[in-house]
Design a binder for this molecule. Structure first.
Ligand SMILES: [Mg+2]
Length: 284
């Protein structure tokens, strides 16, 4: 299970290329948006990811909506399962699993309604004068919402107040790049990943991610890795079973791809199969 943005794929502003331009790695564009290249992996990462995908075990696990996810073309065969909308949608062979969607909507009854949170985000985003620190507020498939912000202009205490408001309503806040996400507490990548692991019949899971929204996923995985950048790195998040890349930016993405290939070739799941019975003696 792997997060995508700033874990496997990188926008130009997230590349963090070190050294001189002459030594920069060759990049492969994996997403075009509005006719322009938007997300990249290194050429070497592309080869590694294709090998991981060929085992059938790579499950993209993203906060992107289905529509945003479908713009991405990862190297190798298309993933059989993909988790979108932070665990709110499951794609099976590219098609939304309606039973999964229905089960998620039941779970969401435990947190405050989406409309109340969206209203508050819209209200606090109205700067009341130029220049505005929030560029836009967006609804994500009626499941969660986010604001695109100018980070250097955020009023002090703004994020903290919003976090407190959300907290009281069983919602969480995550700041990633220029986006402030508000997500209901029951909507997690970890819950969706557990469901996919069960469908695949695997009893062990490896995971990668960079943000607070990935924390629980890394937590429940048997082995995990996070890049040396992003929200988890910024907060010093560490667990004994979670590796950290040496590199940051798109080079970290390459190290994560390398790590994932290592897991599928030396891990408890033999390569070349997408359905494994639980291992004898392994606690489920
Ligand atoms: Mg990410």
């Amino acid at each position: 299970m792997s997060d995508l943005d700033r874990t496997l794929i990188y926008s130009p502003s997230a590349l963090m290329l070190a050294g001189s331009d002459w030594d920069a790695p060759r990049l492969l564009c994996v997403e075009v948006y509005g006719g322009r290249p938007l997300s990249f992996v290194t050429e070497r990462a592309a080869g590694l990811l294709a090998q991981v995908a060929e085992t059938g075990m790579l499950v993209p696990t993203t906060t992107r909506t289905v529509e945003q996810y479908q713009r991405i073309h990862l190297p190798g065969p298309a993933p059989r399962y993909a988790i979108c909308a932070n665990g709110g949608r499951l794609l099976v062979d590219g098609v939304e699993d309606r039973d999964f969607t229905a089960a998620v909507e039941d779970r969401l009854a435990a947190s405050a309604p989406h409309a109340e949170i969206l209203d508050e985000l819209t209200r606090v985003s109205d700067a009341g004068g130029a220049p505005a620190f929030v560029e836009k507020v967006r609804d994500a498939a009626g499941l969660f919402c986010y604001a695109v912000v100018n980070r250097s202009m955020l009023p002090s205490g703004w994020l903290e107040d919003l976090t407190e408001f959300a907290d009281e309503r069983a919602w969480g806040v995550s700041l990633q790049g220029r986006k402030v996400y508000l997500v209901p507490a029951p909507l997690t990548k970890a819950a969706a990943a557990a469901e996919v692991a069960q469908r695949l019949g695997v009893s062990t899971m490896a995971a990668a991610g960079d943000s607070l929204l990935d924390g629980e996923l890394l937590e429940v995985a048997d082995r995990a890795i996070r890049p040396n950048h992003g929200e988890l790195a910024d907060t010093g998040w560490a667990r004994p079973h979670v590796d950290v890349t040496e590199a940051d930016g798109v080079a970290a993405g390459e190290q994560i791809a390398e790590w994932m290939l290592e897991q599928v070739t030396t891990g408890p799941w033999p390569a070349g199969s997408d359905h494994q019975p639980p291992l004898p003696g392994h606690p489920n």
